[in-house]
Design a protein around this ligand. Structure first.
Ligand code: NI
Length: 211
């Protein structure tokens, strides 16, 4: 850098040094997730991304549905439940809003799915009333606790009953992510909650386009 005037040389050295320090800090950041993608809409998991996996459940028409039924196209899964007062309706609206923003030929290749975290109350009949309120192609899946338990585990979903005020009524505390399955069934991306429809649509487009 001897071709630079003395003061500019100093600035150049300072810039280099700060870049180096940033790099070193990044390498040694204990919160850094080695599996994290640089994509801002995607969730990062310090213990590694959940593996995802197969499922055998029942849809809102009472018909058996497996992950295999969704192969060949993209699948966007949200885990929630019909009597959720707040978070689920918001996130499902974001999901539908994001789909609406995708180009028609991409949108039609994505199957939106709601998998219940509340098998006790979410009967196929109840999901049959619930899911069409959001999207005509939204599939609602439920099952016995024995069927759902391993699915929640495979996707790293946390769901827990919460009773309040001595009432017999409960709500479910649950994690709230979107899971994008590739046409071959592999879990391709996990998007975090609280996104705008635009941000989710952008994340989906990028993942679908790069495949
Ligand atoms: Ni919810």
């Amino acid at each position: 850098m001897s071709f630079l005037p003395k003061r500019d040389r100093l600035v150049a050295y300072l810039v280099l040094a700060s870049l180096l320090l940033t790099g070193v800090a990044w390498l040694f950041d204990p919160g850094r997730d080695a599996t994290a993608h640089a994509y801002p809409a995607e969730a990062s998991f310090s213990g590694g991304r959940p593996a995802g996996g197969s499922f055998v459940l029942v849809d809102q028409d009472g018909q058996p549905k497996t992950d295999g039924d969704f192969r060949g196209g993209w699948t966007l899964i949200y885990f929630g439940y019909a009597s959720c007062a707040d978070v689920c309706p918001t996130e499902l609206a974001t999901m539908v809003g994001a789909l609406d923003l995708l180009p028609e030929e991409v949108e039609s290749d994505v199957s939106p799915v709601l998998i219940s975290v509340d098998p006790e109350r979410d009967t196929p009949a109840l999901l049959g009333e619930y899911v069409p309120q959001f999207h005509p192609r939204l599939t609602g899946l439920t099952g016995t606790p024995e069927q759902l338990g391993p699915v929640l585990q495979a996707y790293g979903v946390v769901a827990e009953k919460r009773y309040s005020g001595g009432s017999a009524e409960y709500s479910m505390d649950h994690s709230s992510f979107f899971y994008l399955l590739a046409p071959d069934g592999r879990l391709q991306a996990v998007f975090h909650p609280g996104l705008s429809p635009e941000a989710l649509a952008g994340g989906l487009s990028r993942r679908i386009a790069e495949s």
